[in-house]
Design a protein. Sequence first.
Length: 412
Amino acid sequence: MKFMSSLDPKDRKLLLGCVGAALVLAVVAAFLLPNSDSNENRLPSTYLSSRHGALAAYETLVRSGYPVERWERPLAELAPTAGPETVVIFAEPFTRETEDIQAVRQILERGGRVLSTGFWGGYLLPGGASAPPREFNFAACQLEPEGLDALASSGEIWMIPEATWQVGKPTDRVQYSCAGQPAVVEYDWGKGHVVWWASSTPLENGSLARARNLDLLLNSLGPREGKHFYWDESLHGEIRSTWNYAGGPALTMLRIGLVTLAVLVLFSFSRRSGPVRELPPPVRATPVEFVEALGSLYRNAGAATTAVAIAWEQFRRHAVRLCGMRGERMDAAEIAAMLQRRFPGLDEALEADLKACEEAAGADAVHPKKALQLVQLLAAHMEKLKAAARPGAMNAVATTGEVHSISQERAS
């Protein structure tokens, strides 16, 4: 059994070739596309379980009973609903949009608390004074406590600073520093409170369990009671909206499918758009040729039983209609008796022939010669029945019956 045997061989080859090419492309893409959850990805996202991801910190907050959720929609939707119970975490955000900066300002002015990390995290804050570090240090640094607030008493903290803070405002309080450069800063803004880290190292999967990094995170977030925590994912390169749910791999496959379909349509059209001429009119077959073709069809299909069944059904319907018994289901014996009463001059072998045809029509297999003999018998009986049903023949039969009845009366 061939695959999709109803297709033209050329179309089948084209379809199989396209399916094979799609499978090869899928395998190649699976091997060549970069893994977004590898240790090379330095994005502290709550969806990543790699070294620099933040999945462990997020799961820790959830299991500790913190009412925390990921925020993937625009910040402008969060700002109007913010209040003193709102705490937002910006782990290495990246944005220069004025709308995002205004949204963060509005959250703080409404009494919210914000934890932001990295250079762009300081740029996002109102009154922020983040700057590139004076010297790059790619090794982890044990921070030195400098402040007098509770945040500075978190304990031993390790961090790889990626920025520094330009100290100069009396409201800015440096709580930890690395080699004399501010690494953890907090200050008040409006009714809200800001905590800034030089990098997100303490909350990353690979560093969360080191020393007292988890305590720094919890102290930066403040008390849990009566608060609602939002871990922002909207500023990690993708802002979720209603249309995002139609994106992803499904949208990619749809685009590839549409392009492939367009190529197939163009290819199939070009393959069939050559010179076209009208086909010659079909030659009508003679009745003998039609009979021979029909016979060969039944012979190749082994449908001798079908031929007998068709002939038997035509004879049965004609006989029932002549006798005025339309819609009645009658067997061969009943039809023969009915015809003998209606047309006494019919062949006496009618009942036996009809029973043989009925049995052959319901059999699984009949020899072709036997089927031909039965069909010929039915045809002969059909001709006799038509002749007996003519008006003149009916009068003759009636007269013969009357004479026969008168002679019987005289004899009696």
